[in-house]
Ligand binder design. Structure first.
Ligand SMILES: Cc1cc2nc3c(=O)[nH]c(=O)nc-3n(C[C@H](O)[C@H](O)[C@H](O)COP(=O)(O)O)c2cc1C
Length: 305
């Protein structure tokens, strides 16, 4: 379903493309598969104390604390700007309860410009976000079912999950609850210290690691979920920064890919990566992107691995 409805397989990842305005000078947002917003809550949130992002050896450690303008602020000043430009918008939602997810979905479901909803069900920041995130399959399933029921029209519902030992089970639960796809992954829990103060480098103790450090982990998550649930569309996220990284995600089973940290340093990364992807395919004598999805799960003779 997703592969055919997206113009290209490259989306932005939640929280990494600002409001869209920041990216606009660098790329035509309508060429993206979709633009994903930062996670929205019902009420505006000031977020975590600074610093919220530090560089580590192979990625960033971050904790925004869920800073966002709240539903009203988003509807008043962010969504209209994106809708006017006909950008396909995936709105990321963060609720503390299934009822909060449902309320957000109800009020966004008919808003012009909303192409899909992504439910942030990840736990990586749990200790800092407190009740905002839920990991247990039970809560994740309830949140997806509540959103499905609340939606006034048919919209893609994506469930974004954090890596973890129960990932395949959670993916199965959210799929049965009505998710159209899972987004894997949100990043991994992490910690870094400030070399001068010897205190934790973020304003909170822990954060989430994103960027190249999590690519291999994300690929494995995509692979495992695709192997267990081959009918469930997967969108890969985590450390993608080249055309070959996209190929790896597709071979593992992803139908599309979200770009996050890559945008922070290089806002035009989707343009370069799309070009590299075309070159990768040409080098391998194919233009059949769809043929790559899950192809890593079979041998060159087409037998299952
Ligand atoms: C600064 C920053 C803010 C983020 N904010 C959100 C967010 O609001 N909601 C969410 O679901 N994920 C958020 N993420 C996670 C990304 O969407 C993505 O899943 C993760 O960073 C892994 O992809 P990447 O390695 O390409 O960045 C954020 C990541 C970063 C670096």
């Amino acid at each position: 379903m997703l592969g055919t409805r997206l113009a290209t397989p490259l989306l932005t990842a939640a929280g990494c493309g600002g409001t869209g305005r920041e990216l606009e000078p660098h790329l035509d947002l309508t060429t993206l598969g979709a633009f994903t917003t930062r996670s929205l809550t019902l009420d505006a949130s000031p977020g975590a104390p600074a610093p919220r992002l530090v560089e580590t050896a192979s990625g960033v450690l971050w904790n925004t604390g869920g800073q966002n303008p709240g539903l009203q602020g988003f509807l008043a000043s962010e969504l209209p700007w994106l809708a006017q430009r006909q950008v396909r918008v995936v709105v990321s939602l963060a609720g503390g309860t299934p009822g909060e997810y449902a309320e957000l979905a109800r009020r966004l479901g008919n808003a012009p410009g909303v192409w899909g909803l992504e439910l942030n069900l990840a736990t990586a920041n749990r200790e800092d976000h407190g009740r905002r995130f839920c990991d247990e399959a039970y809560h994740a399933g309830k949140a997806v079912a509540a959103v499905r029921e609340a939606l006034p029209r048919t919209l893609p519902v994506l469930a974004k999950l954090a890596p973890g030992p129960g990932l395949v089970d959670v993916a199965g639960v959210v799929a049965r609850a009505g998710a159209d796809a899972v987004v894997l992954v949100h990043g991994a829990p992490g910690l870094a210290f400030d070399p001068t103060t010897w205190r934790p480098a973020l304003g909170t103790v822990a954060g989430t690691v994103s960027g190249p450090a999590v690519l291999a982990q994300a690929l494995r998550c995509v692979w495992q979920v695709h192997a267990a649930l081959p009918q469930l569309p997967v969108i890969g996220a985590g450390g993608v920064r080249s055309g070959f990284d996209v190929v790896q995600m597709l071979l593992s089973g992803a139908r599309a890919v979200e770009l996050g940290t890559a945008l922070l340093r290089e806002p035009a990364a989707p343009v370069r990566i799309a070009e590299e992807l075309r070159e990768e395919l040409l080098r391998h004598g194919t233009t059949d992107l769809a043929g790559l999805i899950g192809a890593g799960h079979t041998t060159s003779r087409g037998e299952p691995r």
